[in-house]
Design a protein around this ligand. Structure first.
Ligand SMILES: Cc1cc2nc3c(=O)[nH]c(=O)nc-3n(C[C@H](O)[C@H](O)[C@H](O)COP(=O)(O)OP(=O)(O)OC[C@H]3O[C@@H](n4cnc5c(N)ncnc54)[C@H](O)[C@@H]3O)c2cc1C
Length: 483
């Protein structure tokens, strides 16, 4: 009787995507014999996720929470057994600020990234001029853009063009650019509406107006939530920070997986046996080779491109066209008595037209417990991105000095107890206009390379739940159980 040869699966990259992919392979291995290897270039797992404990307080130097309305993140935490340690955001400070002529000003209640869902808070808001408010309100009556059937698949528009078309320039410059810029660290003039905020395009098409569509949806949502008793707020994180998801994943896979840290994939070539790949790795300056039936690339697109050049130069070239932006996060702690502003919100976003040298400031200790001592506040300031890359040319101490000057000028922060800077070079993919067509082409080329799977934040979403879903889908495809 012949015994089935185990399938050799190699996952490249141990950020959240690669860890989620490896974990899913291990979950599925119960029914499929498999040998799994996880290759990571650096000496630590987690990639962009970096949680540290500073003076006993949770300090996030990369992402700090994830959205709950995309279920992959919460579901993974539930499978890892720590759903009970997922935190809800503190309702006391659940509002956001936007800088207006140097003053932190409340974002109108019900404003949903691109569009208001309520009219009255916009009318009351000091963020917009009367003309700007009238222009925004006129959205309710504007006819939707209609495309011919043959245009529907390929059509795309920049986020800036869409917002100007529906709500006018003031809405774009004063609120949408900083709010969306805060998520994608991108230039809205280049950002693809359909790759990033397709639901707003759908609202226009379905309801004729975004305001009308959001109001209807909100009514339905309220009724649904009241019936189901929704468990989490819109964002959550584990009590001890995002690192605990990384640690739990590593713990789960250890023992079932060959973990190769400090090992870099250089290139992939066709292996000697039919349908296998030969992976050229370097570890401690020494070259090694590993064979695989299935290879999951959980890397930034340009890094996957470097490894795939020999196998399919066309695919590598398309992957390289996905641009990335660099950013940095400065985490600082202050005594509240040294801050003039009450800091009674979750954070502040800053429009480009305010001409500041920082992009946004988030207030983690107003969202979650155990981020700062009583009487203190922890702040995370975002720097760089596609719109201000030049600020990152300064060295770390100069960047921290810029941050401290800006915090003083905006919030009246007079003293700093602690500061740390974490840089994230080339870490945020830019979903530019045409992104969906490029991804469609990449997926076609990937499908021609049997056993090669691409996952990560370059393709179908940049958030942690998107990365988890993408890694798990690649694992299921590798194990041939994709839906
Ligand atoms: C500053 C910042 C803040 C963010 N905040 C949030 C947030 O609050 N919420 C949210 O949902 N999302 C947030 N995001 C987005 C989210 O964190 C990322 O999209 C996600 O963590 C990316 O995970 P990944 O595993 O795909 O990539 P990465 O984390 O980049 O992991 C890739 C891994 O591959 C390794 N690698 C690279 N090349 C090779 C090679 N040749 N061989 C072997 N290994 C290699 C790298 O060392 C790395 O460990 C943020 C992103 C940034 C930059």
């Amino acid at each position: 009787m012949s015994v089935a040869k185990p399938r050799r699966v190699v996952v490249i990259g141990a950020g959240i995507t690669g860890l989620a992919a490896t974990h899913r392979v291990v979950e599925l291995a119960e029914s499929h014999p498999v040998e799994v290897t996880l290759v990571e270039a650096s000496d630590r797992f987690g990639g962009i996720i970096q949680t540290e404990s500073i003076d006993g307080f949770v300090t996030e130097l990369g992402p700090d929470s994830f959205i709950t309305n995309k279920p992959a993140g919460v579901r993974l935490c539930e499978r890892l057994g720590f759903q009970d340690s997922l935190l809800d955001t503190d309702a006391t400070y659940r509002r956001s600020l936007v800088l207006r002529n140097g003053n932190p000003t409340e974002v109108p209640d019900g404003f949903m990234l691109l569009s208001p869902a309520k009219v009255w808070p916009i009318l009351k808001s000091p963020i917009f001029s009367i003309v700007g408010k009238l222009r925004m309100g006129s959205e309710y009556f504007l006819p939707p853009k209609r495309l011919r059937d043959e245009e529907l698949d390929d059509w795309d528009e920049s986020l800036a063009d869409f917002v100007r078309r529906r709500f006018g320039t003031e809405a774009l410059e004063r609120i949408v650019q900083p709010m969306v810029g805060g998520i994608y660290t991108s230039d809205p003039e280049k950002l693809s509406l359909r790759a990033t905020m397709a639901r707003f395009w759908d609202l226009e098409q379905e309801h004729g107006s975004l305001i009308r569509g959001l109001r209807r949806q909100n009514k339905q949502k309220k009724a649904k939530e009241a019936a189901s008793g929704a468990r989490y707020g819109l964002f959550t994180t584990p009590k001890n920070g995002l690192r605990s998801i990384v640690d739990a994943l590593v713990e789960r896979i250890r023992g079932n997986v060959n973990l190769m840290a400090s090992t870099k994939l250089i290139k992939v070539a066709k292996g000697a046996e039919s349908e296998t790949y030969s992976l050229h790795l370097v570890s401690d300056g020494k070259a090694t080779e590993v064979n695989a039936d299935e290879v999951i690339f959980a890397l930034p697109a340009f890094r996957a491109a470097d490894c795939l050049d020999d196998l399919c130069s066309e695919l590598a070239s398309d992957l390289r066209q996905i641009e990335y932006a660099s950013s940095a996060v400065a985490v600082t702690t202050h005594r509240l008595q040294d801050v003039q502003h009450p800091m009674d919100a979750f954070g502040l976003v800053i429009p480009k037209i305010e001409n500041r040298r920082i992009l946004a400031v988030s207030f983690p200790s107003r969202k979650f417990p155990n981020r700062a001592d009583d009487g203190c506040i922890q702040l995370r300031t975002f720097i760089g991105g596609a719109l201000q890359p030049e600020v990152l040319e300064a060295d770390d101490s100069e960047v921290l000095q810029i941050v401290i000057e800006e915090l003083k000028s905006i919030f009246g922060v007079m003293a700093t107890l602690h500061s740390t800077l974490s840089r994230h070079p080339q870490s945020m993919p830019q979903y530019h206009v045409g992104h969906l067509n490029r991804i469609r082409r990449i997926r076609e080329l990937e499908a021609n390379l049997q056993g090669i799977h691409l996952a990560g934040n370059a393709y179908d979403g940049v958030g942690i739940p998107d990365c988890i879903a993408s890694g798990e889908a690649a694992a299921e495809a590798a194990m041939s159980v994709a839906k």
